[in-house]
Design a protein around this ligand. Structure first.
Ligand SMILES: [Zn+2]
Length: 276
């Protein structure tokens, strides 16, 4: 655990000494209770999603409404490790922007159930998210860390997963081995359109995402779509997971609160890029 990470100050490898990670240059980082490590070097004390937002996200994801997306990632990432990666090569996967660890733990469990010896790590800038993520399982190394300076050595990962998180192409290219895959999950045009229809007079479809990834070749892109019915307090939890949470006028929010249930489209796009 945690030895997969490298020092965020100098990039050297860590040796674990009890509750401390120490690099060869003498920089040390304590392993927090609950077993995660804070490797984000910053003067800011708070960043990323708050505790309340993480709790809402956790409750909603645990309802299983996004389970079909998780199953598709389990299948695709499992295929990659089964078919492309030799078992003796210390296979490794990073969930970059892992949030409260729903996809990290779900994919890790599936890989380990298939007998694949893949080391799995997750990083996020939100301490509240990482604190929640570590409760999911002890065989995943979780760290509070920047996505734009990931504390991993170059050419370490066979797979990087990015679900609704900022994508740093240069950093993904640095940490992936040649032939490794970058999975990017982003919202399709109709994602949560039913929710937007309640909130806005003129709801717009999401614009298509384009990523500038010169070190990669796009090898596949597919969609996962469903219509779901969201009820009661789940509606608030879903709303708190979205960017609209921050920019919705009070009267629209009141409209949402009066609804007993809501039918909405889910529209996920999964783009798969291979490091050249
Ligand atoms: Zn160091």
């Amino acid at each position: 655990m945690f030895e997969c990470f490298c020092c965020p100050v100098c990039g050297h490898t860590f040796v674990r000494d009890g509750k401390t990670l120490r690099c060869t240059e003498g920089h040390s980082f304590d392993i927090a209770s609950g077993e995660y490590v804070n490797l984000w070097i910053t003067n800011r004390t708070h960043a990323g999603d708050s505790k309340g937002m993480i709790a809402a996200r956790h409750r909603f994801l645990e309802s299983g409404s996004y389970g079909f997306l998780l199953r598709s990632l389990q299948k695709r990432i499992g295929d990659h490790f089964n078919k492309q990666i030799p078992r003796q090569s210390q296979p490794f996967m990073l969930d970059a922007g892992c949030g409260e660890g729903y996809y990290t733990a779900g994919v890790a469990t599936s890989l380990h159930e298939q007998g694949l010896p893949v080391t799995v790590a997750g990083v996020d800038i939100s301490k509240a998210a990482i604190r929640r993520a570590v409760k999911r399982g002890r065989d995943i190394s979780f760290a509070v860390a920047s996505l734009f300076k990931v504390p991993l050595p170059a050419d370490r990962a066979d797979c990087v997963l990015s679900v609704f998180a900022p994508v740093c192409g240069a950093e993904s290219a640095r940490i992936l081995r040649s032939g490794g895959l970058l999975f990017i999950v982003y919202p399709g045009p109709r994602h949560l359109f039913g929710l937007k229809r309640v909130l806005y007079e003129k709801p717009y479809e999401n614009q298509d995402n384009t990523y500038y990834l010169p070190d990669f070749e796009k090898v596949d892109e597919y969609m996962e779509r469903r219509e779901i019915l969201v009820r009661g307090s789940q509606l608030n939890d879903l709303f708190a997971m979205t960017p609209y949470y921050w920019r919705t006028p009070a009267d629209a929010m009141a409209k949402l609160e009066r609804l007993p249930e809501l039918s909405t489209e889910l529209d996920f796009r999964v783009a798969i890029y291979q490091k050249q």
